[in-house]
Design a protein around this ligand. Structure first.
Ligand code: ZN
Length: 308
């Protein structure tokens, strides 16, 4: 029984600005961490891009917008997968924690930040000006290799468990828990498979409205777990030269093997520097080394198989 799925991936981006802060005036500045030396994209933006990608593929299953949730976990993928906080009483209660957790996309290497000066020309002459209007804007851009982590709480997709509350006089106590919504294994797997496809096709970051850039996986580690845990998040961490740590990876794979969790890797050449050192580590633990699309298809197949 697969209880949770961990997806951890690396993506190289070209020079770009995936998730700028609002900035002041005409400056579109990057979000930075590690004393301003590396860029990141917030976890919220990663989640939004993922759900928007799924919605684009399955518009018929999204019945509301996150701002005004319908609360119908049974039928609405938006409310089920995103979670919600509703002000009105809905079918699935008024609050739901999302079964999909995401880390921010963290730039792994220190790179120079480029300030790009944009000029916007306008043919409309403003009233009090003789000349044509020309506005200036700065956009900070950087290229990097990002790491993103996603954990899917398979068990809680399409399921709502609520406490049973007993009232005696003025006192209330929780006497147990009952499942109030359960879409069943078959429907649950359809949603899990849609999530996996969403990771492969991931697109739609804020700045992509005009600029083209992507955080879709190029190097993908997938773990299908028999328990809910979030271990393995640092398997793909890189040093400043894009080297992966072979000993750390080895220990993570060994523990996955001991727990009986199934692992595979989607490999695109050229993403990490020490490929010849890392490939044998995966081989040592009999981890299938596939392409990214094959890895996603492998996970979808395993998920479907396990649930019978
Ligand atoms: Zn909804």
């Amino acid at each position: 029984m697969i209880k949770s799925i961990l997806l951890s991936w690396l993506t190289r981006t070209d020079l770009g600005n995936l998730n700028a802060g609002e900035g002041a005036g005409n400056l579109s500045d990057l979000k930075l961490y590690d004393n301003g030396r590396k860029p990141y994209v917030s976890g919220q933006a990663v989640r939004r891009a993922l759900f928007d990608t799924i919605q684009r593929n399955y518009p018929e299953h999204f019945h509301c917008s996150p701002e005004t949730p319908c609360g119908d976990v049974e039928n609405c993928w938006s409310c089920d997968l995103r979670g919600f906080l509703a002000t009105e009483e809905g079918k699935g209660g008024t609050r739901r924690w999302s079964p999909v957790k995401s880390s921010p996309a963290l730039g792994q290497i220190q790179k120079d930040i480029i300030n790009d000066l944009l000029t916007r020309h306008s043919d409309i002459t403003k009233e009090n000006r003789e000349s044509k209007d020309m506005r200036l804007a700065y956009v900070q851009m950087v290229e990097n290799t990002y790491k993103v982590n996603l954990v899917i709480d398979v068990d809680n997709i399409g399921r709502v468990v609520e406490p049973v509350i007993e009232t005696k006089g003025k006192k209330q106590k929780v006497t147990g828990y009952q499942t109030t919504i359960d879409i069943g294994e078959q429907e649950r797997m359809i949603r899990v498979q849609a999530l996996l496809d969403g990771v492969y096709h991931l697109s739609g970051f804020a700045k992509q409205a005009r600029a083209l850039n992507s955080l879709a996986p190029e190097f993908l580690f997938i773990s299908l777990k028999n328990t809910y845990n979030q271990r393995g998040l640092n398997a793909l961490d890189l040093d400043h030269d894009c080297n992966m740590h072979p000993e750390r990876l080895s220990i993570i794979l060994k523990e996955h093997q001991m727990l009986g969790d199934q692992v595979c890797v989607g490999w695109t050449p050229g993403v990490i520097t020490n490929e010849s050192e890392i490939r044998p580590v995966f081989e040592q633990y009999h981890v299938p080394i596939l392409s990214v699309l094959e890895a996603i298809e492998w996970a979808k197949e395993q998920v479907g198989k396990k649930q019978g």
